[in-house]
Design a protein. Structure first.
Length: 190
């Protein structure tokens, strides 16, 4: 086996362990998600077991990252990013970033809805939202705001919130999601 391939395979274990720990996932939970035994996962992370495609594919899926990123494959020379849209609850999320951890960027397309009594949610993290088009309603704690194109909000997602498109057309927004306490840094010119 050539040295470059051996180095890439050796680096997979620590990368797997770091991914799991960064996301606060136990070996037991990861085993339940992937169908891979805890002992096999532990041996993969420690380097006691060589990674195979049969083991890496379910792990890439569980972590929602491309296989080449999971194994640290060298760049192919093609700078284009081919990310697949995700549909949830009638909304479309288009990932704009690929790296694991850190701030994640999405373009979100929301169909218009006439929601009289929206259910507010909370979750880990911090969100920054920029309205590209349409009108967006944001309920954030006791505040009920209408956001128009060009407006920006940022908030701690522990605060109960709901976001939806209002009006006759869909709304498009850019979302940045960060870990708890991680905020967007804006640099202003003096």
């Amino acid at each position: 086996m050539d040295t470059e391939l051996n180095q890439a395979l050796t680096a997979v274990g620590p990368r797997l362990r770091a991914l799991r720990r960064d996301r606060a996932i136990t070996l037991s939970d990861l085993s339940a998600t992937t169908g891979i035994s805890e002992s096999t996962l532990s041996r993969l992370e420690s380097g006691g077991r060589k990674p195979t495609l049969e083991l890496l594919l379910p792990l890439a899926k569980a972590y929602s990252i491309p296989l080449d990123e999971l194994v640290g494959a060298p760049p192919t020379g093609d700078p284009r990013i081919h990310l697949r849209p995700i549909s949830r609850h009638g909304r479309t999320f288009i990932p704009l970033s690929r790296r694991a951890g850190g701030v994640q960027a999405f373009k979100q397309i929301m169909p218009p809805r006439d929601v009289q009594d929206p259910e507010l949610k909370t979750h880990e993290g911090y969100e920054w939202l920029y309205v590209l088009s349409g009108r967006v309603r944001l309920i954030l704690g006791e505040q009920d705001l209408e956001l128009l194109p060009g407006e920006v909000v940022e908030f701690d997602t522990h605060i109960p919130h709901w976001i939806g498109a209002i009006g006759p057309e869909p709304a498009e927004v850019l979302n940045l999601f960060g870990a708890q306490g991680e905020r967007v840094h804006v640099r202003a010119r003096s």
